[in-house]
Write a protein that binds this ligand. Sequence first.
Ligand SMILES: Nc1ncnc2c1ncn2[C@@H]1O[C@H](COP(=O)(O)OP(=O)(O)OP(=O)(O)O)[C@@H](O)[C@H]1O
Length: 352
Amino acid sequence: MIDELLLGYNCTTFAYGHTGTGKTYTMSGEMAEEFGLLSDNAGIIPRTLYTIFDQLKGRDSTVKCSFIELYNEALRDLLSDEEDTKLQLFESERNGTNGNVLVKGMQESYIGSPSAGLQLLQMGSRKRQVAATKCNDLSSRSHTIFTINVLTRTSNESVTSGKLNLVDLAGSENIQRSGAENKRAVEADQINQSLLTLGRVINALVDKSSHVPYRESKLTRLLQDSLGGRTKTCIIATVSPCQSSQEESVSTLDYAFRAKNIHNRPQMNSPVPKDTLLSELASEIENLKRNLIATRHRNGIYMTSDAHEEMIKENESRRIINEEQKQRIEALESGLQRKAEELLELLRQNRN
Ligand SMILES: Nc1ncnc2c1ncn2[C@@H]1O[C@H](COP(=O)(O)OP(=O)(O)OP(=O)(O)O)[C@@H](O)[C@H]1O
C-alpha cells in the first residue's frame, strides 16, 4: 500500500471485527518509541509512518496527517486544540458526477519525522471516546480515520499526491453480552447501525445493485471512495479465538468474504502543479503564525508540558535557594548588630 501511496494512489486499510478482537491493537498497538525505535508491539500506523519516511529519504517531499473520529454520527477533529470541534462532510463535484467526500474544517498537520506523526497519533488517541464494557476494558466507542497525505516532487513543475486512510472501526457488539446500558447502549446502537449500513453497502456492491446506500450513514459516506470507488482498499478482519465468540467470528468472516468480491477501480491522482503546493504551504505558514499569536495573547507564550514542569521545578529550587540566602543574611545582620553593640560598649568603657 505504501508503494502505491508514493506512486500517487489513494489507499485505505481498515480493521473490522467484533468488540475486543484487537482492531486498535492491530492499527495502533504500542505507540511509544525508545531511542527512535518502535516497540515489537507497534501497530500498523506507527510502522507505516516509519516506512514512509524511510522510503522518502533523499526525495523532495512533504507529509501531512489528519486524525478524525466519528462518534454517535458526529465527526470530531482529534488533532484540534479546541475542546469539541465538530466537522462537516461535503461532496466535491467532479465532472458532473459524485466526487470525493471531503471533511470541512479538519486540521491537517505537516510532519517532518515519524516521531512527529506518532505524537499526533498519541495525542488524538488520548482524546478518542473509549469506555469499559464487559467485553473490553478500553473499548473504542468511535470509528477513527488517521490519514497520511504524501506529496512528492516528480519534476520541476509537478508533484505527486497520494493519501492513505488508516481506519479503526468501533467494534460491533451484542448489547446483551456487553452489558451496555443507557449512554453505552445508545453508542452501541449507533455503532451497530453504521456497521449495518457498511454491510448493506458491501452487499449492494457485491450484488451490483443499482442503488448503493452510501448516504445512510456518515461512516459509509466517509468510506465511499474506498468501497467500489477509485481507492485501493484492504480490509483486516479480526476475530477472537474464544469458542463463545464463534457466532461473531463467523459473521466477521462472512462480512470479509463478501467484501473481497468488491471491485474498486483504482486511479492515480493527477499530478499537482508545484504552484498549488507552494500556495498551500504559504497558507499553512500563515495559519501557524496566527496560532502562535493567538496562543501568546491567551497564555503568554506556548510551552510544552515537559518544559512547564521543568520550569516549575527550577522556580521551586530557586525559591529554596533564595530562602536559604535570606536566612544567612538575617543571621549575618544580627551577628553584625551584636558586634556593633559590643564595640559601642567597649568604646563607652574606654572613654570612662
Ligand atoms: N494480537 C494480540 N496480542 C496481544 N494482545 C492483544 C492482541 N490483540 C488484542 N490484544 C489485547 O486485547 C485487548 C482488546 O484489544 P483491542 O482494544 O485492540 O480490541 P478492539 O477490537 O479494538 O475492541 P473495541 O472494538 O471494543 O474497541 C487489548 O487489551 C489488547 O491489548
